[in-house]
Design a protein around this ligand. Structure first.
Ligand SMILES: O=C(O)CCC(=O)C(=O)O
Ligand SMILES: [Fe+2]
Length: 257
């Protein structure tokens, strides 16, 4: 077991961290069968042009399983360290990649670098958001990966690229080309592993070749935000459904401990 201190150092310096064996096999299996079944029945909210199918209503449809992922023990020390009691669940979103999949380079917190400017506040605050992504299938090097930019935690996306960071499947988009041309680190999470990372670090998931039968690549992402977030700041997901289901106080996993 890696020491927490080393893990925190890695997360701080790289912006991401792979935590092995975060979920039990039974939990992974339950999620997989739920999501595959929902996919077969067309019960998803998003099917985008890079091959991601997304499920956004799981807090309501799978209340117990979903809630057990909020502030999960494998992620809690890191969330508490960085966000403390200001840690708020923004959204829980599962993904399945049944067909070919090369994700667009993106950062879930699109507006991270423009928070001060966009707030139009005299004393703007800058919030940090964190993704905890639980993998439900194996991503060995020949079959899948999650790619990050190397040593990026203290680097910024160049200003002239910021207009190009939104969702696109155009691989010739300037931000996509820039990310492709940086040095990378590839993670190969297996089923049950967690990847925790700053939501403003560019990343790109991929599936290489075919999945084993009945094992489509899948993961569940919980987006945590540190206020100040407000309606109108651009993020990959919307927090309203989470607020409706959990109530405002219910979205803060560490506010009472
Ligand atoms: O592995 C993947 O497909 C990427 C997941 C992702 O974009 C995320 O966790 O924010
Ligand atoms: Fe992402």
């Amino acid at each position: 077991m890696e020491k927490l201190e080393n893990q925190l150092d890695n997360l701080k310096s790289q912006g991401f961290l792979l935590v092995k064996g975060a979920l039990e096999t039974e939990v992974v299996n339950s999620w997989r069968s739920i999501l595959y079944d929902m996919y077969e029945h067309g019960q998803y909210e998003i099917h985008n042009s890079v091959g991601n199918v997304a499920f956004e209503k799981l807090l309501e449809l799978q209340p117990q399983l979903s809630r057990s992922l909020i502030g999960h023990k494998s992620a809690a020390p890191f969330l508490k360290f960085f966000l403390g009691k200001q840690c708020q669940l923004r959204s829980l979103r599962a993904h399945v990649n049944p067909k070919s999949y090369l994700q667009e380079w993106h950062m879930d917190f699109y507006d991270y670098y423009q928070q001060e400017e966009k707030s139009q506040a005299a004393n703007p605050l800058k919030g940090t958001c964190i993704n905890t992504t639980f993998y439900l299938t194996d991503n060995p090097p020949e079959r899948g990966r999650l790619r990050f930019l190397r040593d990026f935690a203290s680097v910024s996306v160049p200003d002239d690229l910021l207009p190009h960071v939104g969702y696109t499947d155009d691989r010739n988009n300037p931000f996509q080309i820039w990310c492709d041309n940086q040095a990378h680190v590839d993670l190969h999470p297996h089923a049950g592993d967690l990847v925790i990372f700053y939501s403003h670090i560019p990343h790109q998931g991929a599936k290489l070749g075919d999945d084993p039968d009945g094992n489509s690549r899948a993961n569940i992402v919980l987006h945590y935000q540190q206020n100040p977030m407000y309606p109108g700041i651009h993020f990959v997901s919307d927090p309203q459904f989470t607020l409706d289901i959990l109530g405002y106080a219910g979205t803060f996993p560490f506010s009472n401990c």
